[in-house]
Design a protein around this ligand. Structure first.
Ligand code: GTP
Length: 319
């Protein structure tokens, strides 16, 4: 099974981290967000993934020189100019001729961290197909839906309303578009891939009118890692055991001075934590140096922190 993974966005909400590193290549535990995505897709039966690239494609090509990740074959589709989500899907899917195949494919936003069982979404889509589904989308409940695409459904999963970032009080639904979809090849007719088009604002509302959009609600672990607090949370949950997956908190090659304190934090390969430094609820990137006596709390330090400096609730880009 193929997947199209959207990784071409600017990642503005995670600046300055994303000035140097595209969001999907930011650390998540001891791997990257994208590597964990591939582990997740492989587990769900995906053999081939097309990376829909736009902003900063070079680091992706460099990260996967043998064009595989977690056993998934990688294909690269590079846009000349940003095509937005549906434009990017149409362009990337055609680059590997998915419009000519007779089987559904997965689409995943490259910044989603979830324990959703992809195979369950595919099975739900196979059932919906007989009712004319062009797409089946994963839904997750949130407490404040105003920053998301809110989805209203019938009890059997037909989507009746798709409202992107609704004003408070305009919908009773708390279920939002969780960024993983199963699409029919025929859905690509609505995504020509030759210009910018939004799947959330254009394609899905159009499918709703055709009664061709279906949804599967689950309570699986889910985070949109595209915001500072949720990106940090995704890391801390991976080392605390809040997930099905778990990763080492401190990489074996990191050097921790004898008198430092490192608590509830990810420390990447080759990082150095100085004497008397204190690191709590944070991510220290690969090769970052935290100086003697520095304090890092609830922060992401992909670059260095000078001796005795105190950083709290801060994102530090690589040097
Ligand atoms: P922000 O700038 O912080 O909103 O992040 P973003 O650019 O990643 O945007 P957003 O999170 O809304 O995008 C959802 C998904 O679509 C992400 O996985 C993006 O990488 C991807 N994406 C957004 N726009 C484009 C685009 O024009 N081309 C491609 N290939 N992917 C895109």
């Amino acid at each position: 099974m193929f997947a199209v993974v959207l990784v071409g966005g600017f990642g503005t909400r995670l600046r300055p981290l994303t000035n140097a590193v595209p969001k999907p290549l930011l650390p998540l535990g001891q791997r990257t967000i994208l590597e964990w995505m591939m582990v997740h897709l492989a587990r769900g039966g995906v053999t081939d993934a097309v990376l829909a690239l736009g902003f900063k494609p070079e680091p992706f090509l460099a990260a996967f020189p043998d064009r595989t990740c977690a056993g998934v074959r990688l294909h690269f589709a590079i846009e000349d100019s940003p095509l937005d989500t549906a434009g990017a899907i149409g362009f990337a899917a055609r680059s590997v001729a998915l419009h000519e195949r007779n089987e559904p494919f997965i689409v995943a936003n490259g910044d989603i961290v979830t324990d959703l069982r992809i195979a369950n979404l595919v099975a739900a889509h196979q059932r919906n197909r007989t009712a004319g589904a062009l797409a089946t989308i994963h839904l997750t409940p949130v407490t404040d839906p105003s920053q998301y695409g809110v989805v209203e459904t019938t009890p059997d999963g037909l989507v009746t309303g798709f409202v992107e970032k609704p004003a408070p009080g305009t919908t009773a639904s708390r279920h939002v578009n969780a960024g993983t979809y199963v699409l029919e090849p025929a859905s690509l007719a609505a995504m020509p891939g030759d210009g910018p088009l939004s799947i959330e604002r254009a394609t899905f509302p159009h499918f709703v009118q055709q009664r061709a959009l279906f949804a599967l609600q689950t309570n699986d672990y889910w985070l949109d890692a595209g915001r500072p607090e949720s990106y940090l949370r995704a890391n801390l949950d991976l080392i605390s055991g809040a997930r099905i997956d778990r990763d080492d908190a401190v990489h074996a090659s990191a050097v921790l001075a004898p008198e430092c304190e490192v608590r509830d934090s990810v420390v990447g390969a080759g990082a150095h934590i100085g004497n008397g430094a204190r690191v709590v609820d944070s991510v220290i990137g690969p090769r970052a140096v935290i100086g003697d006596g520095a304090v890092v709390e609830r922060s992401v330090a992909l670059g260095d922190v000078a001796a005795s400096h105190v950083v709290r609730d801060t994102l530090i880009a690589p040097a």
